[in-house]
Design a protein around this ligand. Structure first.
Ligand SMILES: [Zn+2]
Length: 227
């Protein structure tokens, strides 16, 4: 199943809007197009696609459309082959990403929402980590950090070379992330598991959802109005 295909073929999507924007690469004025599209086994999403005629820069970002799901969703993929690496992935802003084999954990809110592939996601995370680590000469901890980082990139290369199976976990409290099944039916895909879970009060608090729940306010209102 290829989910990014419909984004290119405009006949399959509902055009929502266009907005003038600025190219993130060369700062030339360009246009961002908004589309809403329904992804099978997933939900309606808004795709924001920006392409720059001047430098060829392309970027697509994605926001979940429709209502906020009642439960969070944890998606686990066992990566075994090249096909798994090229599975389409939607990582929303609210998703935490982890790869236990790499001891890699990325908290929600990092990297924003991205539409990519399994391989693309891992590469993007590592590029971001490399920027953060920013090795500088003269740093006394440089050698130690460098060694640790080299070990990490070595293990990463092994995973991307598929020398052994590894696990990609997207834990999304807003259930707005997605890994494409390799089969037409989700049930047939033995490498992909999706678990729904109840969000904790703390998670709802963090997401600002507790404030949106008006039941306690309603109850208070009813109490005062009947007394
Ligand atoms: Zn540009």
């Amino acid at each position: 199943m290829k989910l990014l295909q419909p984004c290119i073929d405009i006949q399959h999507q509902k055009r929502v809007d266009t907005l003038p924007s600025t190219c993130a690469a060369c700062a030339t004025e360009c246009v961002t197009r908004f589309f809403s599209t329904k992804i099978p086994y997933f939900r309606e999403v808004i795709v924001m696609a920006t392409s720059c005629d001047a430098c060829g820069y392309r970027n697509s970002e994605l926001k979940p459309g429709g209502e906020i799901p009642a439960k969070g969703k944890k998606t686990t993929l066992i990566v075994r082959n090249v096909k798994d690496l090229s599975r389409d992935v939607i990582k929303s802003d609210s998703a935490a990403v982890s790869v236990p084999e790499l001891e890699l954990e990325l908290s929600s809110g990092t990297l924003g929402g991205i539409v990519t592939t399994v391989e693309g996601l891992i590469v993007k995370i590592c590029e971001a980590l490399e920027r953060v680590h920013g090795f500088q000469l003269g740093d006394s901890t440089y050698e130690w950090k460098k060694k640790k980082w080299d070990g990490f990139t070595e293990r990463l290369a092994k995973l991307l070379n598929l020398e052994e199976p590894w696990t990609l976990i997207l834990d999304d409290a807003l259930a707005a992330s997605f890994i494409a099944p390799a089969t037409d039916s989700l049930e047939d895909d033995k490498q992909l598991t999706i678990e729904e879970y109840e969000r904790s009060w703390e998670q709802n608090e963090e997401l600002g959802l507790n404030d949106m729940d008006t039941s306690s306010a309603d109850m208070a209102y009813n109490t005062t109005s009947t007394s």
